[in-house]
Design a binder for this molecule. Sequence first.
Ligand code: FCA
Length: 329
Amino acid sequence: MHKFTKALAAIGLAAFMSHSAMADTEKLGFLVKQPEEPWFQTEWRFADKAGKDLGFQVIKIAVPDGEKTLNAIDSLAANGAKGFVICTPDPRLGPAIMAKAKSYGLKVIAVDDQFVNAKGKPMDDVPLVMMAASKIGERQGQELYKEMKKRGWNVADTGVMAITADELDTARRRTTGSMDALKAAGFPAAQIYKVPTKSNDIPGALDAGNSLLVQHPKVKNWLILGMNDNTVLGGVRATEGQGFNAANVIGIGINGVDAVNELSKKEQTGFYGSLLPSPDVHGYKSIQMLNDWVTKGVEPPKFTEVTDVVLITRDNFKVELDKKGLGGK
Ligand code: FCA
């Protein structure tokens, strides 16, 4: 009987401890603008991994617009979170996000897309984790040029479809880097055609691509560049709609994880490959820094640039994704 009571007490204590441990578990938010992109799903996955490894809970919220973003901050505060990592749906929300976060005493780290102030200037005082935008863009241009040469295309018959999103700084830097690299390699500037996309998804880029193609009916071969995989995929879909096939189109995206379905297709398409950065590092590191800030008062650096990049194509994407622990989704 005595033993039994002791055992009960032990169970009771364990139950009590786990309850209080749960109540004490640090909560941190991770807010992303486009949860449908594997890029952001990967960031979330690795933020969760950081939470498991380091002992905090990650509250993941989709924030496709400004209203949802501000509501998300309210709900984080109501849930006792101490801060959040965010890829904002619009950089111009920066001041409103920071004002609301401050009113609750929440710490903020921006990931991927930098906030801008009312004057359109980057808010450098908010810690930022992002990819090396110009460099990855340059790599896109270099790889496009290399593949064009490999195929022995006649440059005079070739055009560049550059789908831009200049209001987003990281996008502008990527596409500018890409066009600069093409010019530096010797591609004629006059054959680089820019078209802005209205939305950063496949339908937006498809429209942009279509409107560009009708203006240049004489071009026989297309190189397609854009700020991410979906933008380039939209451009490739536009060329398909106009009767081009894989032999006459080279598209290279950025993000890698968003290109897996396309690269897995049975037949080669105009989408040749993608530059894979490190969404795993973005997700893990940003929230780890936030946790250190909240729990130990370690201020994160104002700027953390993630640089390593690999070109994935139909031939190597499985191996390369596996190497980073991003395969087998
Ligand atoms: C931007 C793009 C995303 C991804 C990210 C790193 O937010 O919209 O697709 O490339 O930068």
